[in-house]
Design a protein. Sequence first.
Length: 141
Amino acid sequence: MIDHLIYDEQWLSFTDAAPYPICDMRYCDYWSTQVSYYGNDDHYRWHYDTIPGDTSRIITMIYYFHSLPKKFSGGQLCLTDGLLWGENIVGQSATTEIEPQNNRLVIFDSKYLHTVLPVSNNVSFHTGRFSANIWIGRSSE
């Protein structure tokens, strides 16, 4: 499905008009995927999706899926324009909080600093917060 999306001319025509780095999707030839589960009290600290010394990740896509009706709360994705200095955020002037909704796709620059807020879910595994995390970029040649 991701291969089809990356090479779909209609999708690429749409992304050509988007801001950087989305507009560079046409030149991407690499992607990797990870499925994540967040249960009760799970969260993810502030981080970047880029890997030190590896410039392959350019675009991050997060696809949310969960059972309906939604049985958990929290788990929001927070993006900030600040920078990570050790474990502190510096230069922050804005933060955007995105609610994990079933069948929602979020796309952003892999260099954006972000976190996942704690999840509250005491029901069961299959009612937790799930996401498919997809990193798109250029392979190292």
